[in-house]
Ligand binder design. Structure first.
Ligand code: AHR
Length: 352
């Protein structure tokens, strides 16, 4: 867009020069407009989880098959790195910036600089919280609060189906603090715990969306609360892998039979590995968070190139998976959501 404006200025200048009777030398001939490839800078959060790797692969693959050149930057889960990347993209005069923000706040200045440079910014996955929403052109991502509500509704339905009426102790392994995915999912857990008289949320700590930290946090919970934990709410699949390892190493079992002392694991993302554990019943319910942004982004840029303005805020649709046959659908507020049984066929066809 920006480069095309520049080409327009060059053409205008050439027309003025020729109307003044000034003969152009060969070097002065304007380059034919739009011969350069459109360049897109992508600032990714990091590579902390399987989900994140799938998101990077989806975007890199889609752009490799597109007419656009993608410049990729891994922020290593640090906002300062992502802000630096945005500034470098501006210096490189890219045509678009895609930002997956590690946390919600602190983006105003960098996005203002991009706006002043005339570079449209597309925010994906997590959201930015800025004073002026016109600092970015569009956001597309998950409804993380709804994901959390669906997980908690499934748990409530499961306990009802199984006639479990005893007190229930839960622990939470949160994502990166301040990320939209953490804020929404933690809020749903906290609200559900507060809404049930016999549920106690013993503690929440961050596992930073990694397997190693998920395991560390679960080990600490098991040392501290011993046999008191019935449910662990992991805010992504990698944390669930870590928590399951910690539970096994402590000599305990994961599963849905809480009455027999098993610890019920809830997880998010529904990656291939996560769904495998869901099929085995080790993760009781896995609420999907799709990382497949690549093709959507290429389509969005195609449309913007045609002069179309994308929706400013778009939620993507997501599923929910379990091996428990007793719950086919759950209701959250006025909407019903299907719960899909995980099968070998489903796993084989899974894109991530
Ligand atoms: O923002 C999406 C979350 O970030 C995913 O749940 C998690 O796996 C990732 O690292």
């Amino acid at each position: 867009m920006k480069k095309r404006r520049l080409a327009g200025v060059v053409l205008l200048l050439a027309a003025v020069l020729s109307s003044c009777g000034i003969k152009k030398t060969e070097e002065q001939q304007p380059a034919s407009p739009k011969t350069e490839r459109i360049t897109v800078g992508f600032s990714q959060v990091g590579s902390e989880s399987d989900w994140r790797m799938a998101s990077t692969a989806s975007i890199q693959d889609a752009f490799a098959d597109s007419p656009y050149t993608l410049l990729f930057n891994d922020g290593q889960q640090k906002q300062e790195n992502q802000i630096k990347a945005i500034r470098e993209f501006i210096d490189q005069d890219v045509d678009y910036i895609i930002l997956d923000p590690c946390v919600e706040t602190g983006w105003d200045s960098a996005l203002m600089e991009a706006k002043e440079a005339g570079i449209p910014v597309i925010v994906i996955d997590r959201e930015v919280s800025v004073e002026d929403e016109s600092l970015y052109t569009a956001w597309i991502g998950s409804d993380f609060y709804l994901e959390g509500q669906r997980a908690m509704k499934w748990l409530e339905s499961y306990l009802q189906k199984e006639n479990y009426e005893e007190p229930l102790n839960l622990v939470g392994i949160q994502g990166t603090i301040g990320a939209t995915a953490q804020i929404g999912r933690s809020r749903a857990l906290e609200e559900a715990a507060a809404a049930h008289d016999n549920w106690t949320l013993l503690e929440e700590q961050t596992g930073d969306y990694t397997e190693a930290k998920g395991k560390e946090v679960m080990e600490e919970y098991l040392r501290k609360y011993k046999d008191e934990i019935q449910v662990v709410y992991c805010e992504n699949d990698n944390e669930a892998y870590g928590a399951i390892d910690a539970i096994r190493e402590a000599g305990k079992k994961v599963g849905m039979k809480i009455k027999d002392g098993e610890i019920l694991v809830l997880s998010f993302d529904a990656t291939h590995g996560g769904l495998q554990l869901t099929m085995e019943g080790k993760i009781a319910v896995n609420t999907e968070c799709s990382p497949l942004y690549g093709k959507r982004l290429v389509r969005m840029i195609d449309e913007m190139e045609q002069g179309e303005l994308p929706e400013h805020h778009t939620y993507i649709e997501e599923g929910q998976f379990s091996n428990y046959s007793g719950i086919r659908a759950i209701w959250v507020v006025d909407n019903s959501y299907l719960v899909t049984r995980v099968t070998e066929e489903l796993l084989e066809e899974r894109e991530y």
